[in-house]
Ligand binder design. Structure first.
Ligand code: EPU
Length: 421
């Protein structure tokens, strides 16, 4: 239960390197269950959701060695097909093993994910897609018990765009008999990354990155070496941190096209943003103005950066609006930002933010991963000292964010809570 202590007011400046993508890494690691053998996966961020997925793979029977952002995974002779409550309750993305286990072993027993800090997060689209592929599903004693003889190619139409169910359907369909067409598929770069990995394992997937993905099932796949894409959400977080302190920050190891709308919103506010091939620079720019943002599936504005922009817009004069269109309740952090002096009003799935001239430090509590990051960046621009507790949320999605910010000049430190008592 570590805490983070920030003494605000330092202007960030310098260069920082983004890690590989958490949300690409989680399905890619689950997909290693699809073939027997040895894998080398590179550019893996060392954060706690990835470590939870590693525990899950080990529980299922994989051997995993994690050194210096590289994972060596051996999946020979895996017989277990269960994801236990203990792990799934700490990370919903554990559901990603469902598709691969069914494709590989015809059987899976995965704990049903419970509630979540972002509102109701059902898994009906995952289960409906697998059912269409021929899977029999029973929910009993808090577990999804799923079985299939051989998956059969089919047409899947998602009523709403869904990253997780698109990934699960994809990981099952690659070993199904015949052709599967996924319509209204998620177009996120993390889905494209997963499809590229599966193709490098011998799958036949086309159309990834668009709304229609076509998969010709193959009889078997083989292991492959792979490198993850950079984490566009970490990139956005670091840029907002720079913006928040009106500093000049260069973020390296990124793919600027993955962040298109985010960079444009920063420019709309009045920051100067320059892209190079694999780096982005943010500078203070000129006069600032309030803006409106609506979160949407890719290439729309990512919901994961919504709390970060709420923090930033709290310091921009005028009235900004944010509409949250992906999750039913992703505003739990507002009362914490209000503790820092932000002027935010919530109405349904929309917030209006009246920019204040200065935030002021206070003790706050992080309710989820991105909200934790939003509180950290808000604290960078607040007068005085902010202590952020429940930092384990931050650690789920960021590899030592405080060290990266400190390297840019932030006055920030982690306090191991044991040391406090
Ligand atoms: N939905 C359903 N039924 C389903 C699945 C989704 O109704 O079976 C709804 C969700 O409740 C939500 C919407 O569909 O309202 C979109 O959910 P999606 O399936 O796209 O989200 P996810 O796969 O659960 C991933 C990321 C999230 C990110 C969202 C949206 C991972 C591990 N998680 O979640 O990342 O916010 O896509 O882009 O990739 C984070 O990293 O902090 C995070 C929450």
């Amino acid at each position: 239960m570590d805490e983070i202590l920030v003494r605000g007011g330092k202007k960030l400046s310098g260069t920082v390197v983004a890690n590989g993508s958490k949300n690409a890494g989680l399905p890619v690691l689950a997909a290693t269950l699809l073939a027997d053998g040895d894998y080398l996966i590179k550019n893996i961020p060392n954060l706690s959701d990835i470590r939870t997925m590693i525990k899950l793979l080990k529980q299922i029977g994989s051997e995993v060695e994690f050194t210096d952002h590289e994972l060596r995974i051996t999946t020979k002779g895996i017989k277990n097909f269960e994801a236990s409550y203990d792990l799934v309750k700490t990370m919903r993305a554990s559901i990603y093993v469902l598709g691969p286990l069914l494709a590989r072993q015809g059987k899976a027993r995965v704990s049903f994910p419970g509630g979540c800090a972002l509102g109701a997060r059902p898994i009906d689209y995952h289960l409906e897609a697998l059912h269409k592929l021929g899977v029999t599903i029973q929910i009993k004693h808090g577990y999804i018990n799923a079985e299939v003889n051989r998956l059969k190619g089919c047409e899947i139409y998602f009523e709403n765009k869904t990253v997780g169910a698109t990934a699960n359907a994809l990981m099952a369909a690659v070993l199904a008999e015949g052709k599967t067409v996924i319509e209204n598929a998620a177009c996120e770069p993390e889905i494209t990354c997963l499809a590229d990995f599966l193709n490098s394992m011998g799958a036949h997937i086309e159309g990834h990155g668009t709304e229609i993905i076509i998969i010709e099932g193959v009889k078997e796949l083989h292991p492959a070496d792979f490198s993850l894409i950079p984490d566009r959400i970490e990139v956005g977080t670091l840029l907002v941190a720079g913006a928040m302190t009106r500093g000049k920050v260069i973020v390296k190891n990124c793919i600027p096209e993955h962040s298109g709308i985010v960079l444009n919103k920063l420019r709309d506010i009045g920051f100067e943003v320059d892209n190079a091939e694999n780096s982005i620079t943010i500078s203070p720019g000129g006069k600032k103005k309030a803006i409106e943002i609506s979160t949407n599936p890719h290439p729309g504005f990512p919901t994961d950066l919504q709390p970060l922009f709420a923090a930033l817009l709290s310091t921009i004069e005028g009235k900004s609006i944010i509409n949250e269109n992906i999750f039913s309740d992703r505003f739990m952090y507002i009362s914490e930002l209000q503790r820092l002096g932000a002027d935010i009003k919530l109405s349904g799935n929309r917030i209006s933010i009246n920019g204040v001239s200065k935030l002021s430090g206070a003790p706050v509590m992080a309710p989820d991963i991105r909200a934790a990051a939003a509180l950290v960046v808000a604290a960078l621009a607040a007068n005085g000292q902010t202590k952020i507790s429940r930092v384990y949320h931050l650690d789920r999605g960021y590899e030592y964010l405080e060290q990266k910010l400190a390297s840019l000049g932030a006055d920030i430190e982690r306090i191991e809570t044991d040391a406090l008592y």
